[in-house]
Design a protein around this ligand. Structure first.
Ligand code: AMP
Ligand code: ZN
Length: 136
């Protein structure tokens, strides 16, 4: 399924040109137009899935396999010293394009980026309650 007004559907299926660094029947990998660092890339499935919840399990597995392949290629080609995989779901989580995508962000010393969170605090009781609510 493609979605009519989805820019990533159009990019993934070649209707809008992009700097493509990998393509197969299921995915296209493109360079991000607003890169966090040199070589910032996006894995796009060719089918439209809004987010991780909609993504079929086998496509999710294939996306992670591809992320590993691309990470190795990019490390060798770009000489990055680290790499972040980032995948946002929902506007609250920072998703701005509602077609599943995985960011591959090569990291360099002094690249000026910070990807992370402020560590919080939690009690053992809270951890137990959270664990039980997830595990059931
Ligand atoms: P997210 O915030 O996780 O939804 O990420 C969306 C990403 O898509 C951002 O990093 C944007 O810079 C990138 N982006 C948006 N439009 C385009 C485009 N036409 N071509 C390449 N990257 C894009
Ligand atoms: Zn789409």
């Amino acid at each position: 399924m493609k979605e009519e007004n989805c820019i990533f559907c159009k990019i993934a299926n070649g209707e809008i040109p992009s700097k493509t660094i990998y393509e197969d029947d299921t995915f296209r990998v493109i360079l991000d137009l607003g890169p966090a660092t040199r070589g910032h890339a996006l894995i796009l499935p060719k089918e439209h899935y809004a987010n991780l919840y909609e993504l079929p399990e086998d496509t999710a597995g294939a996306a992670m396999k591809l992320a590993k392949k691309m990470a190795e290629r990019m490390r060798d080609a770009l000489g990055c010293q680290g790499l972040n995989l980032v995948q946002n779901n929902g506007d609250l989580a920072g998703q701005t394009v509602f077609h599943f995508h995985m960011h591959i962000i090569p990291r360099y010393s002094a690249d000026g980026q910070k990807i992370g969170w402020k560590p919080g605090a939690v009690t053992q009781e809270e951890l137990e309650e959270i664990k039980n609510s997830i595990v059931g």
